[in-house]
Design a protein around this ligand. Structure first.
Ligand code: PMP
Length: 379
């Protein structure tokens, strides 16, 4: 057997083989997969925006002359007024000098890290940071160290022993962790970045428009040097961005290969992000508040049942452990009308396969409680 066939067989044997689900439609907290409707607990559309047909219709009625392709990278002919407006809006929301739109969060993290961490530089990254951060470090010509998840004493030990060997140093962390819903101690990270003369980069992918007092996630008003986030989750659009000072953004425009060498997002999509963040900001705040109330109720319910969780947010992991039992629980829930796919390695560490419940403003507490009851009965 050749290596490809061998590896595919191994994935199947380990219950780790992935297939693309046959998704037919999504609306108001529901998802139709292979002809069956489920309650959707697996969406990053945290405010429920992407499936609201009234919003879409209102936007499209004013957007019929928008281009559906940018046909080029930004530095050639792929830019437009919509881009400038969105970048200005994002810089304002985060209270930073400038923003730069990337096609995806994956490309933003890949580009920022591989560009800023050059030869002789170093990155210190939380062990549970997203794959795009890991891949950015691997692509970079610098070195990197991964500190134990949320263990800032471990980070400080690494800084103490390694920082002196390098020129530029960057500490990178997500604010809300994507698979656990726990949160970084940004104040501590700022203390360490100052003490050891590092830059601090925060990935706000899961907090932007979903957590914190403003729309800017959890690092708002704090001294993070670089922030990345995506428009494809709570904002209900597509794309991503980095905000920072003018110099860093100019550097990225000139050096970040994932920005330079890729056709930019179609103007209509940029206009949709603009329209939501500018014209529908009150609605975003309303939905965000709904999500916050729901998150509070769900955490209160977990506490009442004596279920401990590391989560402090709308992302709630139900860690089961092995792949096969996780898949079985996921299938059982599916047979009862709940869509919560099993999350397995390499997305999460070996032995920590889980159901990742992501709450959205359209979810109902009673559905969550039903899921918890089922999982409790099985385990
Ligand atoms: N950062 C984090 C923390 C993420 O969870 C994700 C996506 N799951 C990304 C970056 C990548 O964003 P995008 O989907 O826009 O590529």
């Amino acid at each position: 057997m050749d290596r490809i066939a061998e590896e595919l067989t191994k994935l199947k044997l380990n219950n780790q083989f992935r297939t693309i689900p046959d998704i037919e439609s999504k609306s108001d907290g529901k998802i139709v997969v292979s002809g069956v409707e489920y309650v959707n607990f697996a969406s990053n559309d945290y405010l429920g925006i992407s499936t609201k047909s009234d919003l879409r219709e209102e936007f499209l009625s004013s957007a019929n002359d928008m281009l559906l392709s940018s046909a080029s990278a930004r530095l050639l002919t792929g830019s437009s007024a919509e881009y400038n407006e969105l970048e200005k809006t994002l810089a304002d929301i985060f209270g930073k000098e400038r923003a730069l739109i990337f096609n995806t969060g994956y490309q933003a993290n890949l580009g920022v890290i591989s560009t800023l961490a050059g030869k002789g530089d170093v990155v210190f990254s939380d062990k549970l940071n997203h794959a795009s951060i890991i891949d950015g470090m691997q692509l970079s010509k610098g070195d990197f160290y991964r500190y134990k998840h949320l263990d800032y004493d471990n980070l400080e030990n690494l800084l103490e022993s390694k920082r002196g060997e390098y020129k530029r140093a960057i500490i990178v962390s997500e604010s809300v962790f994507s698979m656990d819903g726990d949160i970084a101690d940004i104040d501590r990270l700022i203390e360490l970045k100052k003490k050891y003369n590092c830059m601090l980069m925060i990935d706000e992918a899961h907090a932007f428009c979903a957590c914190g007092k403003t729309l800017a996630g959890l690092s708002y008003g704090k001294e993070a040097d670089i922030i990345t986030a995506t428009l494809g989750k709570a904002v209900g659009s597509f794309g991503a961005f980095c905000v920072s000072n003018k110099q860093i953004i100019e550097y990225l425009i000139n050096k970040a290969r994932s920005f330079i060498f890729s056709t930019s997002i179609p103007p209509i999509n940029i206009a949709w992000s603009n329209w939501l963040l500018n014209k529908k900001r009150d609605y975003i705040y309303e939905q965000k508040q709904k999500l916050e109330h729901l998150t509070k109720a769900v955490h209160a319910s977990l506490k009442l049942r004596g279920i401990d969780t590391v989560s402090k947010t709308h992302i709630i992991p139900l860690v089961i452990g092995e792949n096969d039992s996780t898949v079985k629980v996921s299938e059982q829930l599916r047979s009862m009308g709940y869509y919560i796919p099993a999350i397995r390695p390499p997305t999460v560490p070996q032995g920590s396969s889980r159901l990742r419940i992501s709450l959205t403003a359209d979810c109902k507490v009673k559905d969550f409680e039903q899921v918890i009851q089922v999982v409790n009965n099985i385990l």
